[in-house]
Ligand binder design. Sequence first.
Ligand code: PMP
Length: 361
Amino acid sequence: MNKLTPQPGIMDIALYQGGAAHVKGVENVIKLSSNENPFGPSPKAIDAVRDSAADLHRYPSTDHGPLRAAIGAQHGLAPDRIICGVGSDEVLQFVVQCYAGVGDEVIYTEHGFSMYPILARAAGAVPVQVPERDRMVDVDAILSACTDRTRVVFLTNPGNPTSTMIPEAEVMRLAAGLPERVILVVDGAYTEYVDGFDGGAAVVDAHENVIMTRTFSKIYGLGGMRVGWGYAPKAIIDVLNRVRQPFNLSATALAAAEAAVHDQGYVEHCRSENSRLGAWLAEELAKLGVPSDPSNTNFILARFADQAEAEACDAYLQQQGLIVRRVAGYNLPNALRITVGDEVACHRVAQAITEFKERNK
Ligand code: PMP
């Protein structure tokens, strides 16, 4: 044993579990546990990756100018108010690193994304979990949980793993009610699955202390490339850029993301296929007595009678080569989070849960 002492909070972080794409002894496995796009990225993004190989001896852009310009043009946002990160995880990390320190409090909600408490602990801050109501974020509960030590509040809209949507008026009410020394993070990883939703950009525009984060890992199908971005007032972007490594994004990742933004026809195709297949799967599961809230994302939060049934179904799905996500760690012990896959995947899930229900009658 060495005599090194990690910083406060570090040893309280559990090592990340999940991400497995294999089940021992089972063939034809389909991974439906990480909300990846089953159709992959735009073919134009794949071409851009190939083309980027010609310049691999060069360092990539340090200011991500072309990608920020493409994102800005697509969303009607000022490029100088955008920052890009290695996945939106990195942008979230910049926020906590810059604004919370030892002894400060970071608020996240009962079913909030698992990275939030991890990032808080990594900064020596205290993660404070606030209850939700029926899988919906409770703005009043967040406001009353704020103390003098609160520095960051995390929201996910639409939620993961709940898939529920916080109405914009509620997000505005929260932003208006928070002290100005608290930064509100509106995490819009699944924004593009909600037709016409701006991900929280209007809330950012109305306040000095709000940042919206977005990702290329979901509808853009580029989880393997690790690209995310944030949109915030210039003063916040200026702070975050100080801790960003100059070459945080690879040339290949930048090229892929830029090409993907330019192919909105492909995004539209993925959105409509996801909504068609997601609605079908939710309906099939409901017929089997497995309800879910209306999905605003590319996954369904399937609710079982109790924890034992959810665990047994998870085990059965695994035997059938279907990897889904247990969400007991998100205070949802009775539920399984199932990514909406392609046609074949959705039919296999419906079939396997039908069999599971038959066997357990
Ligand atoms: N926020 C939420 C709510 C997510 O579900 C995810 C991915 N699971 C992320 C952020 C991080 O995404 P990435 O780092 O791949 O952009």
